[in-house]
Design a protein around this ligand. Structure first.
Ligand SMILES: [Zn+2]
Length: 102
């Protein structure tokens, strides 16, 4: 009488290997999903902390950025000086200085 294929140890080992590989695959997907949820959670927490920073920041460290817009026959040239807080990124002031015609 012919044996059932699963009674063959070689076939049974192949089946067990396939099951183990599939289980490992799903375990990895679960792990990735778990970390994705943690990333979402910490991103939300970071945003909340950044909002608190905007309120509490004394804006002591600042940066100045100067943008120049050249003039033409009809338009005066002008500079826009933007002062931003280095810590929280808030724009503290914007000054425009007008020059001559181009
Ligand atoms: Zn600030």
């Amino acid at each position: 009488m012919k044996k059932h294929p699963l009674e063959d140890p070689a076939v049974m080992k192949k089946v067990e290997d396939a099951v183990r590989k599939t289980n490992e695959h799903f375990a990895i997907l679960d792990e990735i999903n778990k970390y994705s949820k943690l990333v979402e959670k910490y991103t939300r927490m970071r945003k909340d902390a950044e909002q608190k920073l905007l309120v509490s920041c004394p804006h002591t460290a600042t940066t100045k950025k100067e943008d120049h817009f050249p003039g033409s026959y009809y338009d005066r040239e002008y500079w826009v000086i933007t002062k931003k807080c280095k810590t929280c990124g808030k724009t503290l002031s914007t000054e425009t200085t007008t020059g001559g015609y181009g």
